[in-house]
Design a protein around this ligand. Structure first.
Ligand code: FAD
Length: 320
C-alpha cells in the first residue's frame, strides 16, 4: 500500500513546498507501514524528479504529457485517480494551494473520501485519524477526524521545515487514458514574480499597506527586500488600487504565507490580513499609530513614519 502525494512543479522546477508535502506523506507512511509514491504531471526532467527521493518518495509516477503543463483540473484528477488505483492508495496528500484546491476535492468526491483542507499536523492515529487545521481565518483551530476508508489531506504549505535524506526514488512513466472531457476546462494561471524571490517560498517577506501612501513610495519596500533577499507582499487595498499586482496580496482573500520573518509596513493589522500571515515565525510591525491592531500580533514593533524608518533600516541591513 502506498501513500500518494501529488507533486506540482513550476515550468519543470519543483518548489520547496512540494518537498514539504513529500516529507509529510513520508511521515504518514512511516506510521502506517506504507510506502510513498509521488505523482508528477507534465514536462519535467528526470534529474529534477529524482530530487523527491531525498524527501521520502520511494517511487515517482510521471505522467509525461505536455497537455498537463497547464492546469486542467479534470485531467489532473483523472491522472491522480489512475495512480491511486494502480498503487491501491488509501491516503492521498496534496498541498492546500491553487493546484491542490483544484484537484484534491475532485479526487475526494470520486473516491467518497473524507478530506481535511489546511492540515497543520500529522494525523494522530491513536485518536483515529485526528488532524488539526485552522478555521475562522486562523482565529481558532479545529480537530477533524477522517473516518472514511480513503483519506485526502491537503497540507498547509510552509507548516514543517524540510530536511534532505539520502533516500532515492525510482521513476516510472504512468500512461493515463484521458477522455475529451478531461481537457474541457482549463485554468490559465499566470504566475508572476515581481521581487527577486518568490512569495510563496520566501523565508523573509517585506509587505506594505495603505500607509505607504502610493506606488511611488514602493521603492522603499523593494530596497529593504533586496538587501534582505526577501520577497515583497501587500495588503488587499493596495492591490485593489493597483499599486501592486494582485498576486502579492496576502490575507483571507489572498495568499497564505508562513515566512520566518514578516515585516509589515503601514498595515493596520485587520483580521482579514492577519489570516494570511499569522503563521509567520517572527512579525515586525512598522506603523506610526501606536494603537494599530497589528502591534498585538507583533514580536517586534517600530512606532514611526515608514518613510523615515525604512531608509534607516535598509542602511542598517547594508552594514551587515
Ligand atoms: P489601512 O487599514 O488603511 O491601514 C493603514 C495603516 O498604515 C494604518 O494602521 C496607519 O496607522 C498606517 N500608516 C499610515 N501612514 C503611515 C506612515 N507614514 N508610516 C507608517 N504607518 C502609516 N485585507 C487584506 O490585507 N488581505 C485580505 O485578504 C483581505 N480580505 C478581506 C476580505 C473581506 C471579506 C473583507 C471585508 C476585507 C478584507 N480585507 C483584506 C481588508 C481588511 O479588512 C483591511 O481593510 C485591510 O487589510 C487594510 O489594509 P491596510 O492595513 O493596508 O490599510
Amino acid at each position: 500500500m502506498s501513500v500518494i502525494v501529488f507533486v506540482e512543479h513550476d515550468g519543470g522546477v519543483i518548489k520547496k513546498k512540494n518537498f514539504e508535502a513529500v516529507q509529510y506523506a513520508s511521515g504518514i507512511a512511516q506510521k502506517t507501514g506504507a510506502t510513498v509514491t509521488a505523482v508528477i504531471l507534465g514536462t519535467i526532467a528526470d534529474a529534477e524528479i529524482e530530487k523527491l527521493g531525498a524527501y521520502g518518495a520511494q517511487k515517482v509516477l510521471h505522467v509525461d504529457d505536455n497537455r498537463l503543463d497547464e492546469l486542467h483540473p479534470r485531467a489532473y484528477t483523472t491522472a491522480l485517480l489512475t495512480a491511486i488505483e494502480k498503487e491501491d492508495a488509501k491516503i492521498i496528500v496534496a498541498l492546500n494551494d491553487i493546484n491542490g484546491r483544484a484537484v484534491a476535492p475532485r479526487v475526494a468526491v470520486k473516491l467518497k473520501a473524507g478530506l481535511v483542507a489546511g492540515a497543520l499536523t500529522y494525523p494522530d492515529m491513536e485518536k483515529g485519524f485526528l488532524i488539526k487545521k485552522a478555521v475562522y481565518s486562523g482565529k481558532a483551530f479545529a480537530y477533524v477526524n477522517i473516518t472514511s476508508d480513503t483519506k485526502v489531506i491537503m497540507l498547509m504549505p510552509n507548516t514543517f521545515p524540510v530536511a534532505k535524506t539520502e533516500g532515492k526514488a525510482t521513476i516510472e512513466k504512468l500512461p493515463v487514458n484521458f477522455g475529451d472531457k478531461d481537457f474541457g476546462i482549463k485554468v490559465k494561471e499566470v504566475s508572476k514574480v515581481t521581487g527577486e524571490v518568490s512569495l510563496s517560498d520566501a523565508a523573509l517577506v517585506v509587505s506594505g499597506g495603505r500607509g505607504m501612501k502610493g506606488p511611488e513610495n514602493w521603492y522603499l519596500i523593494e530596497d529593504l527586500a533586496k538587501e534582505l533577499g526577501a520577497a515583497t507582499a501587500c495588503s488587499r487595498p493596495v492591490s485593489d488600487a493597483d499599486w501592486r499586482p494582485h498576486h502579492e496580496h496576502v490575507g483571507q482573500t489572498g495568499g497564505t504565507i508562513r515566512p520566518d520573518l514578516y515585516i509589515a509596513v503601514g498595515i493596520s493589522g485587520a483580521i482579514q490580513h492577519l489570516a494570511g500571515v499569522n503563521g509567520s515565525k517572527t512579525i515586525v510591525v512598522i506603523n506610526r499609530d501606536p494603537e494599530a491592531p497589528f502591534f498585538k500580533a507583533a514580536n517586534y514593533g517600530v512606532i514611526g513614519d515608514a518613510m523615515e524608518v525604512l531608509p534607516r533600516l535598509t542602511e542598517a541591513v547594508k552594514k551587515f
